[in-house]
Design a protein around this ligand. Structure first.
Ligand code: NDP
Length: 315
């Protein structure tokens, strides 16, 4: 029993949602403890330039912005810890959580800010080469460096795919974008950017059949879904940018999720989940906006809601 740590506010996850919640909770004397999770700083650490977060007129890189948010939370003595929470029990009045090395934490309030993770196509060779470190990646900014001067392929037609294709185009001799429909989902400005980049080729109506290669990626076998024609595109890097899955598996026995796994708000317009004292912020509950600024905004809401909940316990 003596190993159990008792905290007022446990924050799980370290993107803009988690750090903003930590800043607010710390300034409200809730002494928040934040576990950074598997990817400290969250998805923005895999983003190149953030140009749309208010307050940075010249833009800022994702990793830099996350370090600044962390420093801001630490300025108010938020306890930021490496490591992750891999189990929770929200069945009783005390919210229990366990770290990956078995440490047990009892929290009056919990703020879930676990975000979302990149999705893959699920093709056999894609998964085999991904595990083998053989040329498959969901993060151009992390791995593009390895393909300098080489040909790469990227799947997806959203803003992420466009941003990553553009990033790769500066490093690689050629980038081929595979779009499964006859149009992209990305915003107009992003589409224009890739269309105007000479070494990006965009293939619409194109399905990825398989990744080719034994030890590493050698090419990508594709099919035009309109003509039925198939061919293999030579490439040494295969990037996937087809969206994300919310990181909510550990909560599923206690917290109401939608069919995809996003946390459902108990009361729209608040950060409340179905469990009193457990709140959610950021992409774990947001399939609509998924922006750093909206994540930060909901992080603030979660900390304020947690503070009010704590006050109600003392009444
Ligand atoms: P999106 O869900 O917006 O786009 C996913 C893309 O992948 C779509 O083109 C989709 O095709 C395609 N796709 C999905 N599954 C498959 C599959 N199995 N095979 C082939 N293609 C597939 O995800 P993003 O990650 O691009 O963006 C998420 C959010 O983040 C968006 O709101 C976006 O605007 C935002 N964002 C903003 C940025 C910025 O402002 N700088 C940068 C990056 C993201 P289909 O359209 O046919 O479903």
């Amino acid at each position: 029993m003596s190993d159990i740590e008792r905290v007022k506010c446990l924050i799980i996850g370290s993107g803009p949602a988690g750090y903003t919640a930590a800043i607010y909770a710390a300034r409200a004397d809730m002494h928040p403890v934040l576990y950074q999770g598997m990817q400290p700083g969250g998805q923005l650490t895999t983003t190149n330039e953030v140009e749309n977060f208010p307050g940075y007129p010249q833009g800022i890189t994702g990793p830099e912005m996350m370090l600044e948010l962390q420093a801001q939370a630490e300025r108010f003595q938020a306890d930021i810890r490496t490591g992750f929470i891999d189990k929770v029990d929200f069945s009783g009045p005390v919210h229990k959580a366990w770290t990956e090395d078995g440490k047990e934490i009892h929290a009056d309030t919990v703020i879930i800010s676990t975000g979302a993770s990149a999705k893959y196509l699920g093709l056999e060779n894609e998964q085999r080469l991904l595990k083998a470190g053989g040329g498959v990646s969901a993060c151009a900014v992390c791995d593009g460096f390895f393909y300098r001067g080489q040909e790469t392929v990227i799947v997806g037609g959203g803003d992420s795919a466009c941003e990553e294709a553009h990033y790769l185009s500066k490093l690689c001799s050629k980038v081929t974008m595979l779009i499964r429909r006859d149009e992209m989902r990305a915003s107009k400005v992003m589409i224009k950017r890739v269309e105007n980049t000479p070494n990006i080729e965009i293939l619409y109506n194109t399905q990825t059949i398989d990744v080719v290669g034994e030890e590493g990626v050698e090419g990508v076998h594709v099919k035009n879904v309109v003509t039925g024609e198939e061919h293999t595109i030579p490439a040494t890097g295969f990037f996937v940018a087809i969206g994300h899955k919310p990181n909510t598996d550990i909560f599923k026995d206690y917290i109401n999720l939608d069919e995809v796994g996003y946390i459902k708000y108990e009361k729209p317009g608040t950060s409340k989940t179905n469990v009193p004292g457990v709140f959610v912020a950021g992409d774990a509950a947001d399939k609509e906006y998924r922006q750093a600024i909206t994540a930060a905004g909901t992080g603030c809401m979660a900390a304020l809601d947690a503070e009010r909940y704590l006050a109600s316990l003392e009444d």
